[in-house]
Ligand binder design. Structure first.
Ligand SMILES: [Zn+2]
Ligand SMILES: [Zn+2]
Length: 182
């Protein structure tokens, strides 16, 4: 995802200086099997801190998911908050940090003063994916017997006898025969 800002000007500014950016990025694939069907849009505020730049904002995008009940693909609106501090390097680096400190390289502003927000946005949108997506809150799902999509109407199986009756009938049978069930 290409969401890059040259922040040289902001790094030269005093601590507390801010810049506001709107995001509009075209990416098709968020992850192996997660496809976006809209651009990623949003707004972020870049704040100069002592160590680099704090990015805060919100992004949203539409993604195509399969309903966990009826398996039908549908469009879901993803929204995620972004809040990460990117560390300055090179001439803007803060000296009082160990240079060999283990760090997330996605959160480093490179030597050309380019802050790349792409990976952070991708990860936050992935975290916002629902575990059990449903096409609508009252989705009726599929019939467990014949697999018919019950949102499209009832299937033949709905006439079946109430399973609670068959349990009672089995109990009565086992009493009469003097043997346990089975
Ligand atoms: Zn559904
Ligand atoms: Zn059925």
């Amino acid at each position: 995802m290409e969401v890059e800002y040259n922040v040289a000007q902001l790094l030269k500014s005093p601590i507390g200086a801010t810049q506001h950016k709107s995001i509009e990025a075209d990416i098709a694939v968020l992850d192996e099997d997660v496809e976006l069907v809209s651009p990623v849009t949003g707004r972020v505020c870049l704040l100069r801190t002592d160590a680099g730049i704090l990015v805060q904002g919100r992004v949203q995008a539409e993604v195509e998911l399969a309903c966990s009940r009826c398996l039908t693909p549908f469009v879901f609106s993803l929204a995620a908050a972004v809040e990460e501090e990117f560390r300055a390097t090179g001439k803007f680096a803060v000296d009082n940090r160990a240079s060999d400190e283990a760090e997330d390289t996605a959160l480093v502003i490179d030597e050309h003063h380019v802050l790349d927000l792409g990976e952070v946005i991708r990860q936050q949108l992935l975290l916002a994916l629902p575990i059990y997506p449903v096409c609508r809150s009252d989705c009726a799902g599929l019939c467990s017997q014949c697999g018919q999509n019950l949102n499209e109407g009832p299937c033949e199986c709905t006439e079946e006898e109430d399973p609670r009756w068959s349990v009672l009938q089995r109990l009565r049978f086992s009493e009469e025969s003097g043997e346990g069930v089975d």
